[in-house]
Design a protein. Structure first.
Length: 368
């Protein structure tokens, strides 16, 4: 099946980054050399990842990964990239939980060496469910697995969220609260509203996203629940699983970590799979209809934690809305690079959001 080209993710040259990284590393490990520099095929459009090896007898790390704040010249997806925040979150998760978080090493806040702040961590070896083409499509290792193998992966992945929420001392995550007033959930939603306003500044607004915000207000939980440390980008595409197996060996991408009720993570985990599943069905494939179902996730999470997920219609809508804002920004970014055209008619803008049909159904209350 023919697919559209993957949107541009960077304007940076990996070889040049490798040379600059060698110069930076030499000040910390004299004589060290950076080798085998590569960009993973799944490199995202937020923070970038660079893989490399360090050649030096005294290095604390050899196989490394570098997380680099987004290229400011590449029409960034988010308005800010706080690398010290990510570094701190990963360090705290490693300290307080048994989750397999890659060991973080150096943090560089000065943008001069590589053009943006970054940190270096241990590289996890294994395999990741692909985003492009999504793991729900035929032709990848997770789709080709047996039902029992996918069930093993699902069980282990739900347990990651349960352990994070239960083991991490919630008060240690309070530094993640956005500025403002009100509860952690209200601050989080208001921060997303501010992000939407940033996305559409000087551009066409999205009636669908604005209706989704209105619907959230109607569905607002009577009891929001106590906040926890939420992973933020809670999905299996951000987990490295053992090579040839289905056990998690690394939990990645903590840039969206937040201090919110645990259902924010659960709603995101549920919806991001539905996004891929709906996309797959729309292209005429069956996808993985028995995998990562909402009812199974809620049931197993409750068994593991003793907490029955609440108000999941609100939280799955919130996830779809948040994802919709990102999709609109990516569409505007593609237009900036000449990859797509923005519709002339205002009513057509919503179609730039890849999952506009499912989001519309959630706003109407008919999706589930």
């Amino acid at each position: 099946m023919a697919t559209a080209p993957r949107p541009r993710t960077s304007t940076r040259d990996p070889e040049e980054l490798g040379r600059r990284l060698t110069a930076w590393l030499g000040a910390r490990l004299p004589g060290a050399r950076v080798a085998g520099v590569s960009v993973p095929g799944s490199n995202g459009m937020s923070s970038e990842t660079l893989l490399f090896d360090i050649e030096h007898p005294d290095t604390p790390l050899r196989a490394c990964a570098l997380r680099l704040a987004a290229d400011p010249d590449a029409y960034t997806v988010f308005p800010a990239y706080d690398m010290p925040r990510q570094h701190r979150v990963m360090s705290l998760v490693a300290e307080h939980t048994d989750l397999p978080v890659p060991r973080v090493q150096w943090l560089e806040e000065d943008p001069a060496p590589l053009g943006a702040p970054f940190f270096v961590m241990a590289r996890a070896e294994g395999r990741v469910p692909p985003d492009v083409m999504p793991y729900t499509y035929e032709g990848n290792w997770l789709h080709a697995a047996t039902d029992a193998e996918r069930a093993e992966l699902q069980e282990a992945s739900i347990a990651l969220l349960a352990r994070l929420h239960d083991q991490f001392p919630a008060e240690e995550a309070a530094f993640l609260l956005p500025e403002g007033t009100g509860s952690p959930l209200r601050r989080h939603v208001e921060a997303q509203r501010a992000y939407y306003e940033w996305v559409v500044r000087g551009l066409a607004r999205s009636p669908l996203l604005e209706r989704a915000f209105d619907r959230l207000a109607e569905l607002w939980p009577a009891d929001e629940g106590e906040p926890v440390l939420a992973w933020g980008d809670a999905r299996i595409g951000n987990v490295v699983y053992e090579a040839g197996g289905f056990r998690p060996v690394a939990v990645l991408d903590w840039e969206m970590a937040a201090y919110v009720p645990r259902e924010v993570d659960l709603g995101w985990a549920v919806y991001l799979h539905r996004f891929f599943q709906d996309l797959t069905v729309g292209f005429g494939q069956a996808g993985l209809p028995e995998f990562w179902r909402r009812e199974d996730i809620e049931r197993r999470y409750a068994e593991l934690t003793g907490h029955t997920p609440r108000d999941m219609e609100f939280h799955t809508l919130y996830a779809a809305l948040r994802h919709g804002i990102v999709m609109l920004r990516i569409a505007y970014r593609q237009a900036y690079f000449g990859e797509v055209e923005i519709p002339a008619a205002a009513e057509e803008v919503d179609r730039l959001i890849l999952h506009h049909a499912s989001l519309e159904a959630m706003v109407r209350g008919t999706y589930w």
